[in-house]
Design a protein around this ligand. Structure first.
Ligand code: HEM
Ligand SMILES: [Cu+2]
Length: 617
């Protein structure tokens, strides 16, 4: 919705519109707003960590607050920033790329967003209510079962609620891609971004239940006196690590695969060439996802699983380098001989290749179980996963935002500001994390609140912190670009980049029904085919007719609010049983919404053929 339309509509109406929307394009806006907010929060927490480590034995943060800061930074960035931002981009673009009018379950789509948002808010309430979780983002037991206060309880309930939202999002995307592709859009004609959305949704479906189960067991141990992880009562603390990483490692592929899809679409568009090795790229994606479930114990090489288990997980981990390497070479081959356009989206994509490859290489080093006894829990590990997560996922998100902003918001992000924020963030990134490899090799452990004088770690940490501040400035400039563009930005045409795929065949932003007539797809890069061999625009697969669209609803918001209230009840009923009232009240609200949704008929509405004909193209 443009600023002009919003002003015409009035602020209140706009808020109500977004509170009740089931339109995938508007839900995408909500995810970008929510995920963007949490990214800034996670970034601020990272800056506090780095300021604490700017010099030896610093006291900017207390030891306890430092533990809370790293826990919240990691948890926020992964669950509340990176993933929702990707879910937002997938929500906005995937239905357009397959020629659909929305996702399969619009109501569920809205519920998925509000559960994420209320889960994220609940988790962050802990800052104001006695202290945030402090057991690390991995919440290893018995640290997490014995951590005093309610911080870890907020972690459990917050992630349980937002995790349910993510699971719904994954199921929704899966069903959408299987059932709502336009005529002719066979699986092997889907753009790579849609393919990676598909495979990521399968990963979400199989990985998140492990976390859900783990969080329930942790909840029972902390709140209801069970002993799943309590060794003295016959429990096993290592089981938590297995459950967490059976989820946790596929989680990193849930984050990186959509980014891989973004780069594939961007390299093809700005090289004016079909993606090299399309079929190999599709199967490499599937193979990475499959192997991604076979490697979780590489996070536990030093736990004592034994040489046989370590060897198996080491080999499986190294094997993932093969399909990943195929992707890197295919991106390079796509650009080879192409007519390359360098703009902000392409800069982030080009910067991704060397940055992510460095992360991949250190990943292979870490996969060597014996060598990992040296690297484990040192800053070498911190450097590695930031190279793959920031150099891969965050660069992918920023590239995608520059590439699809015109389609999502109808305006082109300012290129000058775009390039400036890129260079500051890119240089800051390498300054922050490259030196950390060496801090780790010099023995600096992760998660330590201070480092000591005369350990030779001073310069490295100073450089790392200066880099983090530079990333902060680059990030802020990106936010300024968004504000500047929404106020003064250039209106975007339907196809600003001479694109290849269906989303560029409709206006920017698209009308709320997306396609007036479902398009007929005749091959991979359907729009490019029509542009180069056809009549320059998509052929309709159906005659113009009435279009059915779903109604908006406030129920997803209220249902999520119910779970939010119940969350508080569960956390505080440990101290006072009176809080059980909040549990029943919250669950009652959620249940009532489910009943209303199940019993009341929602017919939706039709846009008539006449209205569509009247509407000027
Ligand atoms: C944007 C700039 C960022 C900076 C400067 C930064 C900095 C750091 C630092 C210094 C630590 C280690 C703290 C310690 O072990 O004592 C850390 C931990 C971590 N970071 Fe980041 N980070 C950034 C972005 C991200 C992003 C985008 C993600 C994920 C999407 C992320 C995920 C994590 C995780 C999971 C941990 C581990 C937390 C734990 O030990 O429990 N970081 N970060
Ligand atoms: Cu892993």
């Amino acid at each position: 919705m443009s600023i002009a339309a919003a002003q015409k509509k009035g602020f209140g109406a706009v808020i109500w519109d977004y509170l009740t929307t089931v339109d995938h394009k508007k839900i995408a806006h909500l995810y970008l707003f929510g995920g963007g907010f949490f990214f800034l929060l996670g970034g601020l927490e990272a800056l506090f960590i780095r300021i604490q480590l700017i010099k030896p034995e610093n006291d900017f943060l207390s030891a306890g607050l430092y533990n809370e800061m790293i826990t919240m930074h990691g948890t926020t960035m992964i669950f509340l920033a990176a993933m929702p931002l990707l879910l937002g981009i997938m929500n906005a673009i995937m239905p357009l790329q397959i020629g659909a009018r929305d996702v399969a379950f619009p109501f569920l789509n809205s519920l998925g967003f509000w559960l994420f948002m209320f889960g994220g808010v609940l988790l962050n309430c802990s800052w104001f209510l006695g202290g945030a979780p402090d057991a690390g983002w991995t919440a290893y037991t018995p640290l997490s079962t014995t951590s005093p206060g309610h911080g870890v309880d907020f972690y459990i309930l917050g992630l349980q609620i937002s995790g349910a939202g993510t699971l719904m999002g994954g199921i929704n995307f899966l069903v959408t891609i299987v059932t709502m592709r336009a005529p002719g859009m066979t699986y092997m004609r889907m753009p790579l971004f849609t393919w990676t959305t598909f495979v990521t949704s399968v990963l979400i479906l199989f990985a998140f239940p492990a976390l859900t189960v783990g969080l329930f067991l942790l909840m029972f141990d902390r709140m209801f006196g069970s002993a799943f992880f309590e060794v003295s009562l016959g429990g096993n603390a290592v089981i938590w690590q297995h459950l967490f990483w059976i989820f946790g490692h596929p989680e990193v592929y849930i984050l990186i695969l959509p980014a891989f899809g973004v780069f594939s679409d961007i390299f093809a568009t700005f090289s004016k060439k079909r993606l090299f090795g399309y079929t190999a790229m599709v199967f490499a994606t599937i193979l990475i996802a499959f192997l991604g479930f076979m490697v979780w114990a590489h996070h536990m090489f030093t736990v004592g699983l034994g040489p046989v288990a370590n060897a198996i997980f080491a080999i499986a981990t190294m094997a993932i380098a093969v399909p990943t390497g195929i992707k890197i070479f295919n991106w390079l081959a796509t650009m080879w001989g192409g007519s390359i356009t360098i703009n902000s989206a392409m800069l982030w994509s080009l910067a991704f290749i060397p940055s992510f490859t460095i992360g991949g290489m250190t990943g292979v080093m870490l996969a060597s179980a014996v060598a990992d006894y040296q690297y484990h829990d040192s800053y070498f590990v911190v450097a590695h996963f930031h190279y793959v997560i920031v150099g891969g996922v965050v660069f992918g998100i920023l590239a995608a935002l520059h590439y699809w902003w015109p389609k999502m918001f109808g305006k082109i992000l300012n290129e000058a500001l775009g390039k400036l924020s890129f260079w500051l963030f890119f240089i800051g990134f390498h300054l922050t994390f490259f030196i950390q490899h060496f801090l780790g090799l010099m023995g600096m452990p992760r998660r330590y609140w201070v480092f000591l004088e005369d350990q030779g770690l001073d310069i490295g940490n100073l450089v790392s912190t200066i880099g983090a501040l530079l990333m902060g400035v680059g990030g802020l400039l990106f936010v300024i670009n968004i504000i500047y563009t929404s106020v003064k930005g250039e209106k975007a045409p339907a196809d600003p980049w001479d694109g290849r795929t269906l989303e560029w065949a409709i206006p920017s932003p698209p009308p709320f029904y997306n396609f007036k007539q479902t398009p007929l797809v005749r091959g991979l890069d359907p729009l490019w085919i029509e542009k180069t061999e056809g009549k320059g625009e998509m052929t309709a697969a159906e005659p113009l007719g009435d279009i059915h669209m779903p109604d908006g609803s406030i129920l997803p918001f209220i249902m999520s609010l119910g779970f939010f209230i119940a969350g508080f009840g569960f956390i505080y009923q440990v101290d006072q049983k009176a809080w059980l009232v909040a549990v029943f009240a919250g669950m009652g609200i959620a249940l009532a919404c489910m009943l209303i949704r199940s019993l009341k008929d929602y017919h939706g509405f039709h846009i008539t053929k006449e209205e569509l004909e009247r509407e000027a193209d």
